[in-house]
Design a binder for this molecule. Structure first.
Ligand SMILES: [Cu+2]
Length: 141
């Protein structure tokens, strides 16, 4: 094994350790999407930010995010999920569904067109029901 391969392996291990640590121990308040006929659905209010701004879903199941834009400020007119090639317009005072299926666990930021408003989609491995079954007050960590 070359030195370069050793470094790559070490980095890979570190990344894996971080993922394990993250899923087991981190206490980031996240809002768990509700399951409705196989679709993970959650309503997000857009008003000077995203509420909730951290959303937890499982990989491999369709996700439907219902963005309700409760303002006319230009800033929030678009919502962008770069990883999923989504760049959608959110008409003011309307609910706009954004649908996609995350296949890989990980963290996927989303943002407004100017990157001023930020949110985070956390994708857990499929079948990880631990948090879904967790406290009804996830924001209390
Ligand atoms: Cu903006």
């Amino acid at each position: 094994m070359t030195a370069a391969q050793l470094v790559v392996n070490a980095l890979g291990l570190a990344a894996m350790a971080w993922v394990v640590w993250y899923f087991l121990f981190s206490r980031r308040p996240a809002t768990v999407a509700r399951q409705t006929r196989g679709v993970q659905e959650i309503a997000i209010t857009v008003k000077g930010g995203y509420s909730p701004d951290t959303i937890l879903v499982q990989a491999g199941k369709p996700v439907r995010l219902l963005f309700y834009r409760d303002e006319t400020a230009d800033c929030s007119e678009r919502v962008v999920f770069e990883h999923f090639n989504i760049n959608a317009r959110l008409p003011a005072f309307e609910t706009t569904p954004i649908e996609f299926t995350p296949t890989e666990p990980g963290e996927y930021p989303f943002r407004c067109g100017m990157s001023m408003l930020k949110g985070l989609l956390v994708v857990e491995p499929a079948g990880a029901g631990r948090r879904t079954a967790a406290s009804p007050h996830p924001s209390h960590g």
